[in-house]
Ligand binder design. Structure first.
Ligand code: SIN
Length: 177
């Protein structure tokens, strides 16, 4: 049994498809990291022969990443972490981070999933037009890569979160650039 509340910080698919029980959610800020479409997906939004691109967190001192802090329903913590470990197994590992919520509170410890540069699915930086070209055609067991980007754009907008990297990629996909 885990002591205390378990918080999950979501910044990608966990925002539009959390798929786990939580009793509270709040927009939160993670300092020192930014959201980037630099992780390859061979199990959700692509396949090994044609990987898709999904977000990870990349460290940069002056960066800030806004996402959502979910407080896991009491009693469900171990099951939720096991579910997320499995869901995020394509290169992500658990990290413990501190968050600032928009209501002014601080969450000392939240779990988030980060795909680091040394994981086998890492793709890294590329021009947005090249990322868009890859996203346009990629599809995997969880659906079209394009839908991942546009769902993320929608849910960020609904939460009042501005992320130029996501909105510029979405604009490319809609042929606005
Ligand atoms: C997350 O959503 O927080 C992790 C990355 C992803 O699954 O898209």
């Amino acid at each position: 049994m885990l002591a205390g509340a378990v918080w999950i910080f979501g910044y990608g698919s966990l925002l539009f498809r959390p798929d786990f029980p939580f009793d509270h959610r709040e927009v939160a800020r993670l300092d020192g990291w930014e959201r980037r479409f630099w992780q390859g997906s061979t199990d959700h939004r692509g396949v090994p022969e044609a990987p898709g691109r999904v977000v990870t967190l990349v460290e940069r001192a002056a960066a800030r990443c806004h996402g959502v802090a979910f407080r896991v329903t009491r009693g469900e913590e171990e099951r939720v972490l096991a579910y997320l470990d499995h869901r995020e197994r394509g290169g992500y590992t658990r990290a413990s981070v501190a968050l600032h919520t928009t209501s002014g509170a601080q969450i000392e410890e939240a779990v988030t999933y980060v795909a680091h540069r040394d994981n086998p699915c890492w793709l890294g930086e590329a021009p947005l037009a090249a990322i868009a070209a890859q996203v346009r055609t990629a599809v995997g067991p969880s659906g079209k890569n394009r839908d991942y980007v546009l769902s993320l754009e929608r849910v960020l907008a609904e939460a009042g979160i501005v992320d130029a990297h996501v909105s510029e990629l979405a604009a490319h996909l809609r042929d606005e650039v």
